[in-house]
Design a protein around this ligand. Structure first.
Ligand SMILES: [Cu+2]
Length: 380
């Protein structure tokens, strides 16, 4: 390549880079900083971040200032000869002490904040957060709202995900059932998981806590303003890691009390009469809803699955074979695969409904049904 051609190439490349940078700026509403904090702790974290940026900025300016000054003023063409000094005790002491002081200036406020963050004692409300592939469940264990329990699943429509509809404002950051907490109250969250490691991460509350199967970790926050705060799972947890967002709604005390009453009514209505004998259409209808909330991510709406990892249910040996085998795999999962043990997540009626649905949906025509009491008996 000639020198000229090389230059032309370089110019083209530079032009392209500028274009990419400018279009990026124009496209995204540029957010350079953290989310607005919603707790005192989040404010502390925010301030620490700013403090660190000042220190780093100062170091940057001083180091590069000295470097460029030296490069320019001590250049060969102005007739400077190289100095030949070494082993200066003064300099060595200085370059040990100065960084130590800088590190202390950074470490001290960080340690204070971290210690405060770890304090989850004397909470008003305790919520257990369980990560599943790929959704969250919330159990209100203590305080106002005790006993409330629900699953929180991504509510972004499939059409938006598959680009057949324009994307909404809170694309992939919206759920069917948000966590609701009252403003000004200390909330302790206990995190755990039922399959793999997840992490409960809500930036505006300054919480990022791993949810580990077999372990309970805790964190706490006291929201100081009302609002809706969004987060995501922050631990790579499998195929739909990006599809298990977190939404926390901070409301006034009065609204919270109303929400608790409403939830408790809903929970009471959800308790199925254990002696009820269900009909096939009833089970299929309920089962479809359970399927859409729990199974669709892997086995797909069409029941065709995603080969080779997620097997098809449409026409499958298990979904059209003997009931016992079907019941076993849905309730206890299949070790070593992504198939979870739904016995831990769903009620007897939900399991009966979803199994009945799978046996009678698509081209499956088993024609039989599973009653909740059969699930109950199989659980023992
Ligand atoms: Cu996850």
């Amino acid at each position: 390549m000639t020198k000229q051609a090389k230059w032309a190439n370089m110019r083209q490349l530079a032009g392209l880079l500028v274009l990419v940078a400018v279009s990026g700026l124009a496209q995204a509403e540029y957010k350079l900083n953290f989310q607005q904090p919603a707790t005192k702790m989040a404010q502390n974290v925010y301030d620490l971040h700013v403090w660190m940026m000042y220190i780093c900025g100062l170091i940057f300016v001083v180091v590069f200032g000295v470097m460029f000054y030296s490069v320019f003023n001590h250049r060969k063409s102005s007739g400077r000869a190289a100095a030949t000094f070494h082993e200066s005790t003064k300099v060595e002491i200085l370059w040990t002490i100065v960084p130590t002081i800088i590190l202390l200036l950074m470490a001290w406020p960080v340690t204070v904040t971290l210690l405060e963050m770890r304090d989850a004692s004397n909470s008003d409300i305790t919520i257990k957060v369980t990560g599943y592939q790929w959704k969250w469940s919330y159990d209100y264990l203590k305080g106002e709202g005790e006993g409330i329990k629900f699953m929180s699943v991504l509510s972004t429509p499939q059409e938006q995900i598959h680009n057949t509809a324009p994307k909404g404002e809170h694309y992939l950051l919206e759920v069917d059932n948000p966590v609701v907490v009252p403003v000004g109250k200390k909330v302790r969250v206990l995190t755990t998981a039922s399959d793999v490691i997840h992490a409960w991460f809500v930036p505006a509350l300054a919480i990022k806590q791993d949810a580990i199967p077999g372990f309970i970790r805790d964190a706490a926050f006291r929201p100081d303003r009302e609002g809706t705060f969004r987060g995501q799972c922050a631990e790579l947890c499998g195929k739909d890691h990006a599809f298990m967002p977190i939404v926390v709604e901070v409301v006034s005390q009065a609204k919270y009390t109303a929400w608790v009453a409403e939830q408790q009514k809903k929970m009471a209505a959800l308790i199925d009469d254990p002696n009820k004998v269900w009909t096939l259409p009833e089970l299929v209808k309920r089962g479809e809803a359970v399927y859409l909330a729990n199974c669709v991510a892997c086995h797909q709406v069409t029941g065709k699955g995603l080969a080779p990892v997620f097997p098809a249910l449409d026409g499958s040996k298990i979904a059209t074979g003997p009931k016992a085998g079907h019941l076993e795999i849905v309730t206890n999962g299949k070790p070593g695969t992504a198939m979870a043990a739904f016995g831990k997540q769903l009620s007897d009626a939900e399991l009966a409904a979803v199994i009945t649905y799978e046996r009678n949906a698509w081209s499956n025509k088993a024609g039989d049904l599973v009653q909740p009491n059969e699930i109950k008996a199989a659980r023992k």
